[in-house]
Design a protein around this ligand. Structure first.
Ligand SMILES: Cc1cc2nc3c(=O)[nH]c(=O)nc-3n(C[C@H](O)[C@H](O)[C@H](O)COP(=O)(O)OP(=O)(O)OC[C@H]3O[C@@H](n4cnc5c(N)ncnc54)[C@H](O)[C@@H]3O)c2cc1C
Length: 294
């Protein structure tokens, strides 16, 4: 029995799609098809789903806005889980948000309620779950700094993580180890709405300098003391191309997909790593996450 049929039979009320296009649901816009995509509608349904996926050894991948993910060219014999039905923001001793809340919705809610602290994330394509998992941000602020507590599912059980438990690091957190963020309580200050809007605009305008086109944002983490983009550029790799994948001329840590395949993008990543290693001895590590993760 295929993954879609198993999930349909075992959780008949689960909102489920069959043949889910990874190219259509990732910003890089390439890759195969997943057998299923599940959209749990509550934290309890999500916990039940992850219990089932783990007990039946069904391969699964949580996808947020798909902004930092490179799918494989092959079809994924498993299920994607999207938490887009666990979204929304409310005020409960802080700002309580669902993992599927988009960055745009979070910022709009904060602005309408005169809450400050999220302006540096304006324009980053993300959901709250993805931003926590990746500790996304800009040099002034990373998302982990806004977190008070996280409600997550770990091995099928709901668990509350304190900020310390989340182990936020450079583009990393404990949620990269098969622990799924469902909700988060965020710290917010208060300020004048106009001042909030002006700060958002500042951060948005700065992003106009980023490359245009289909990408995953930065492909590699910065090695200690140097930016990955500067290193790639110094190795003469701006404009390097494999099939339809090309290293951006604007920012060398961005790979643009100009009608290529996921295999083109993967090959270009491998090529960049090889050249940088040969020329500088530095090993670049990917920030982007692979789907499936091997
Ligand atoms: C044009 C562009 C610009 C970008 N600029 C920036 C930037 O300035 N700063 C920055 O930090 N990043 C940037 N990025 C990368 C990306 O926006 C961030 O990494 C963002 O946090 C990804 O969120 P997402 O919801 O899309 O997660 P996805 O890309 O869907 O997933 C990323 C990882 O998070 C995991 N994940 C998703 N949801 C959950 C969850 N609920 N629980 C546990 N794990 C989960 C996924 O399994 C995957 O491993 C950029 C990307 C693009 C395309």
């Amino acid at each position: 029995m295929g993954v879609y049929a198993v999930l349909r039979e075992r959780m008949p009320n689960l909102l489920l799609e069959e043949n889910f296009s990874l190219a259509r649901h990732t910003t890089i816009g390439c890759g195969g098809v997943a057998e299923a995509c599940a959209h749990p509608r509550s934290v309890f349904e999500a916990a039940k789903l992850f219990r089932l996926l783990e007990s039946e050894n069904i391969p699964h991948f949580v996808l947020g806005a798909g902004a930092n993910v490179l799918p494989s060219e092959n079809n994924f014999a498993g299920t994607v889980v999207k938490l887009d039905k666990i979204d929304g923001s409310s005020l409960h001793g802080g700002l309580l948000v669902g993992a599927g809340t988009t960055g745009g919705a979070l910022l709009a809610f904060a602005r309408e309620n005169a809450l400050t602290g999220f302006e540096p994330f304006a324009g980053i394509p993300m959901t709250v779950g993805g931003a926590i998992c990746m500790n996304a941000g800009v040099r002034e602020k990373y998302f982990g700094e806004t977190v008070q507590k996280v409600l997550a599912v770990e091995r099928g059980k709901l668990r509350v993580f304190s900020q310390n438990d989340c182990k936020f690091g450079v583009k990393s957190s404990i949620f990269q180890e098969n622990i799924v963020v469902l909700r988060a309580l965020l710290k917010a200050g208060t300020d004048d709405k106009k001042a909030i809007r002006a700060r958002e605009r500042f951060f948005l305008e700065r992003r106009l300098r980023l490359p245009k086109g289909r990408s995953m944002g930065c492909v590699f983490k910065n090695p200690p003391q140097i930016s990955a983009g500067a290193l790639i550029e110094a190795c003469g790799l701006k404009g390097e191309r494999m099939g339809g994948a090309v290293v951006s001329h604007v920012h060398a840590n961005f790979i643009l997909n100009e009608g290529g395949t996921a295999s083109d993008v993967r090959s270009l990543i491998g090529h960049i790593k090889q050249i940088v290693k040969n020329k500088t001895g530095i090993e670049l590590n990917e920030e982007v996450r692979y789907l499936p993760p091997f």
